[in-house]
Design a protein. Structure first.
Length: 297
């Protein structure tokens, strides 16, 4: 990836990337407390949505004005419609559908073309998730989600423990059905470990955070208020599997993962243990050590 080599040799470009990363981290940190989230005015949410993208645009030649304006326009639509949708009956369904639509329709692939092996669409997803989560937390006034900026030590421990307990079951089921095959990573182990760590935190803040917020924080929370966990957990797992089409063999594994994540949320009443488990499951640790899971989670 020539642009990465160029970035490593140019202090000015490295500075722009560092500034963009710090700005994005600061805006994610604002989700940690309700008092901080309340300070976000709707106009500010729209303007801030593509801010990191605009900073990346200076450093990364794969960015473009189209990506900045596109994300800003999407944020304006979501932030503008969210209050009225939230007031409707089952408003969380409407808001969730509007938030998930750009990701399900793969809109960010059009706005952020890949740079070599690097999927730049995650930049757009990261900023979109931050904007939608802050907006949803403001408008729906959710209770019991316990959403913060960073997992506490107990939440890291719980998520990792669940991962260790579920890994033998997941590996056995995947290998028995032919859903996954063991594969050792290629290249030096130091490079593999660095890529795995970067991928883990990328998945933690993009895929795992968004899916746990919407599937467990919104969907399971709404179902749980209407029925006992014995019924709510498999129903939530069914929704999760239905929106992760993997074929016959993969469907069972995804359903069980969805049930485990819902059960973990029911037990701990916090999203973060499930986010940690979800990120670990999504191929980072398994890919770096023994197995390559093709799409589990």
């Amino acid at each position: 990836m020539p642009w990465l080599e160029r970035l490593g040799g140019d202090p000015a470009l490295l500075t722009w990337v560092a500034v963009a990363a710090l700005v994005e981290a600061a805006m994610y940190a604002s989700m940690a407390r309700e008092s901080w989230r309340r300070r976000w005015q709707r106009r500010m949410l729209v303007v801030a949505a593509p801010l990191s993208c605009a900073l990346y645009h200076v450093a990364l030649p794969v960015s473009s004005l189209k990506s900045v304006l596109g994300l800003g326009a999407m944020a304006a639509v979501f932030v503008g419609l969210s209050p009225s949708l939230s007031r409707r009956r089952h408003g969380w369904i409407w808001v969730s559908a509007l938030a998930a639509a750009p990701i399900l329709l793969k809109t960010f692939r059009l706005l952020y073309p890949p740079a070599g092996e690097l999927r730049m669409e995650f930049l757009g997803q990261l900023m979109w998730i931050r904007t939608t989560v802050i907006t949803v937390l403001r408008d729906l006034e959710l209770e019991g989600v316990h959403f913060g900026f960073w997992p506490r030590a107990r939440e890291w421990k719980t998520g990792f423990l669940y991962f260790v307990l579920l890994m033998p079951v997941a590996l056995g089921l995947a290998w028995a059905t032919g859903f996954a095959q063991p594969a050792l990573p290629e290249g030096p182990w130091t490079w593999t470990a660095a890529r795995a760590a970067a991928a883990f935190f990328g998945i933690l803040w993009v895929v795992a955070l968004s899916e746990e917020f919407f599937f467990r924080g919104l969907l399971y929370g709404a179902v749980r208020r209407r029925m006992h966990p014995v019924f709510a957990i498999p129903l939530s797992g069914g929704f999760f599997a239905a929106l992760h089409p993997q074929g016959g063999t993969g469907l069972v594994a995804v359903f069980l993962l969805g049930c485990a994540l819902a059960g973990l949320y029911e037990w701990r009443r916090s999203l973060w243990p499930g986010i940690v488990l979800h990120a670990l499951n999504n191929g980072v640790i398994l890919w770096a050590t023994l197995a390559l899971f093709a799409g589990l989670g």
